[in-house]
Ligand binder design. Structure first.
Ligand SMILES: *Cc1c(COP(=O)(O)O)cnc(C)c1O
Length: 512
């Protein structure tokens, strides 16, 4: 629930207006409990001057300067619990109304969505605006308590909103929407962050895999070795290029490619090895790289769509092999507000090939020496990802903290649950917090009853997907994958889960 506060409500609270303070404060407090309390940015000037006058009236001994300072100090404290709602160009049209201030609020609250409320004591607004409600009536509403979010992009947005909005608006004004300055800056920052020599942004995590394999020359007749326990894209892009996905099973503990099974899968047709960093930690890239090196220097593509930011022996994912590939899909650890991805490499020639493939195989304008795709990333998404990159390390720490809390609580009596295992020399960014349980379906049912989101990812592993039927696999071919697919359940995981919320999740897990 989003609530926009009219200035009269803020003044009631901040200036402790007698007769109004209590109700207005109670409504504000309730608004914070059930969702977000917003202030309209276009009302800042009025807000400050109304408070200033209230303080002068109330305490005539104050100098104008002291009243101003008091207003500022009170607002500073009050706005710690509120969110600034942007004034946009359409609000300018409010000049053409009998009451421009009211009209601006009406437009602003409408942007928050049809369910949003405008809390006000203004009689005209209460009569004319369908979303307006008095503090008394607001308190009488039967409002749902906020739910536990699986991936909490709204709380994240609260943290980055000023930077996010400014970043997007800058793109609107400079107009270089594709391959613009934000993309260049983001690529520099991504290279810096991972330690890879080159970082190239692309249109999606799926395109990242495609572009990586095109640059390596994967094509018909080739084999690319990967795992069956992953999102469809991994094997899909191999098949799209006419090559054959060759699956090897996953490790029992980490659920990533089992290096002890890798060598047996290599043939003279093997063109690349593509391990995945499932749920937030990298595969055993050291072992995989070693095997690749002693088998004719096979290239290794890390599908790091879920483990960007994770480390392996202290080095960052995406800088661990020939090519790293990630996704900025909104729900990934580092996501945008749309599709996007990136490829990483230390190899100058591969970087140049991928750069060309990203733009239709173009080496210079009107010259196309190789086959490519339209795989470009856009400036607005780059601005979004940059705003999130600023807080990314902090978010990873918070995810790890939530994971530690889960592990601790689940060990206290949820005997049916195996928490995730992070390998020695690895850190996880916990793209998901996935547990195994013999009673997975009962657990899922119990979570559904409690209104807690939980997802069984990859319940049908890739070797059993109809699209890969021609590979001739049967149930039982990859026993570890099938066991994890049958017992895995991902619990809510995001940096903004409170202690109370994680406890609530664990209580349900323990009850099964
Ligand atoms: C999400 C994901 C992808 C694909 O990324 P998109 O940006 O959605 O195309 C590829 N591989 C894995 C393991 C993923 O989780």
């Amino acid at each position: 629930m989003d609530c926009l506060l009219d200035i009269n409500i803020v003044a009631d609270i901040c200036a402790r207006r007698s007769g109004f303070h209590e109700k207005s404060f109670a409504a504000f407090d309730r608004a914070c409990q059930v969702g977000r309390a917003w202030l309209y940015t276009g009302a800042v000037q009025t807000l400050v001057s109304v408070l200033h006058q209230e303080f002068l009236l109330d305490q005539p001994e104050l100098s104008r300067k002291d009243a101003s300072e008091l207003a500022r100090a009170v607002l500073k404290k009050f706005t710690r619990k509120t969110h600034w709602l942007a004034a946009l160009a359409e609000d300018g049209e409010a000049y053409n109304s009998d009451d421009p201030e009211d009209e601006q609020l009406v437009r602003a609250v409408a942007r928050l969505g049809a369910d949003a409320k405008l809390i006000t004591r203004d009689k005209r607004l209460l009569e004319s605006c369908g979303q307006a409600v008095s503090p008394e009536d607001f308190l009488a509403l039967d409002l749902p308590e906020p739910k536990i979010e699986f991936i909490d992009l709204k709380s994240q947005q609260d943290v980055i909103r000023p930077k996010l909005e400014t970043g997007i608006h800058k793109v609107l004004h400079h107009g270089r929407y594709i391959l613009g300055p934000e993309m260049v800056e983001l690529e520099e920052r991504l290279a810096d962050y991972t330690g890879a020599r080159h970082a190239l942004t692309v249109a999606s995590g799926t395109d990242a895999l495609l572009i990586a394999m095109m640059a390596l020359g994967v094509g018909p007749g080739d084999e690319v070795i990967t795992v069956p326990y992953t999102w469809i894209s991994t094997a899909e892009m191999i098949a799209l290029l006419g090559a054959r996905p060759v699956f090897v099973d996953i490790d029992e503990k980490t659920w990533n490619m089992d290096p002890s099974l890798l060598e047996a899968a290599i043939t003279e047709r093997t063109k690349a090895i593509m391990p995945v960093g499932i749920y937030g930690q990298t595969a055993d890239m050291t072992a995989i790289n070693e095997i690749a090196a002693r088998n004719g220097n096979l290239p290794v593509i890390e599908d790091a769509a879920q483990c960007f930011g994770a480390t392996h022996h202290g080095e960052k994912s995406c800088a661990l092999s020939t090519i790293g590939s990630t996704s900025f899909f909104p729900s990934k650890p580092l996501g945008g507000y749309g599709d996007g991805g990136a490829v990483f490499t230390d190899d100058d020639a591969l970087a140049e090939a991928m750069r060309q493939i990203r733009v239709h195989g173009q080496a210079k304008p009107h010259h196309h020496p190789i086959l490519g795709i339209n795989g470009r990333f856009d400036s607005i998404q780059a601005a979004v990802v940059m705003a999130k990159l600023d807080i990314f390390d902090d978010e990873i720490e918070k995810r790890q903290f939530v994971a530690a809390r889960y592990a601790e609580r689940l060990s206290e009596g949820a005997g049916n649950v195996t928490p995730p295992f992070v390998a020695e020399h690895n850190t996880s960014v916990y793209a998901q917090y996935t547990i195994l349980s013999d009673r997975r379906d009962n657990l899922r049912e119990a979570f559904a009853q409690a209104g807690i989101p939980a997802v069984a990812y990859y319940a049908v592993p890739l070797h059993l997907q109809p699209i890969f039927a021609d590979l001739g696999h049967r149930p039982g071919d990859f026993p570890v994958t099938e066991r994890v697919a049958a017992h895995g359940l991902s619990l809510p995981m995001n940096p903004y889960l409170t202690e109370e919320q994680t406890e609530q999740v664990c209580r349900v897990a323990r009850s099964v």
